[in-house]
Ligand binder design. Structure first.
Ligand SMILES: [Mg+2]
Length: 183
């Protein structure tokens, strides 16, 4: 059962992934969580994140942000980004993941879901049959209290780190970074 919470790969952040390799392996769509994955919770996008999405488009990817937040927050984030979106996604329930796959061409085997939360982003992707990458969550400056949900995530991940067969299921797509995420 724990396997339903295991990502296919872990990266320190969104910049630690070799997207060109993912594209070369046949992936064409990327689903991103917003909060704590791309920017700190509730924050607007930054010039770096805007440029990141342009780079993904240049590689050839279609991108989609899948957020449990409302449309106002999602559109504020996407002000300078050309990406599809689904708001009020109700993750981890699979319905919006299936809709996202449809919007990205319809083949869930060509899509990767990237997010910071084991119990929403990754669990939902696994329930929907979509490969996933867990990234370490972005903290606001000075934020130290990680909360009970993050502690529970770490307990699950302790088993994941030991499970060699469940790690690196997308191949060697990491640009750099630590092997394990430690809060
Ligand atoms: Mg998040």
């Amino acid at each position: 059962m724990l396997r339903l919470f295991y990502p296919w790969e872990y990266a320190e952040d969104i910049y630690g992934i070799d997207y060109r390799k993912l594209f070369a392996r046949g992936f064409r769509g990327l689903i991103f969580d917003i909060d704590n994955t791309l920017v700190p919770h509730g924050a607007d996008s930054t010039p770096d994140v805007d440029a990141f999405f342009r780079e993904l488009k240049d590689i050839g990817f279609q991108t989609l942000v899948l957020s449990n937040n409302d449309e106002e927050r999602v559109l504020r984030f996407l002000k300078n980004i050309d990406a599809l979106y689904i708001c009020d996604a109700n993750k981890p329930y699979p319905k919006s993941y299936h809709k996202a796959v449809d919007m990205l061409g319809g083949d869930r085997k060509k899509v990767v879901c990237i997010g910071d939360q084991v119990f929403t982003d990754i669990f939902g992707a696994n329930l929907s049959g979509i490969p996933s990458i867990l990234v370490h969550f972005i903290r606001k400056p000075g934020e130290t209290d990680i909360g009970i949900r993050r502690k529970t995530e770490q307990k699950v991940l302790r088993f994941y780190w030991r499970s060699k067969s469940m790690r690196h299921r997308l191949g060697d797509i990491l640009l750099s970074g630590k092997e394990e995420g430690v809060i």
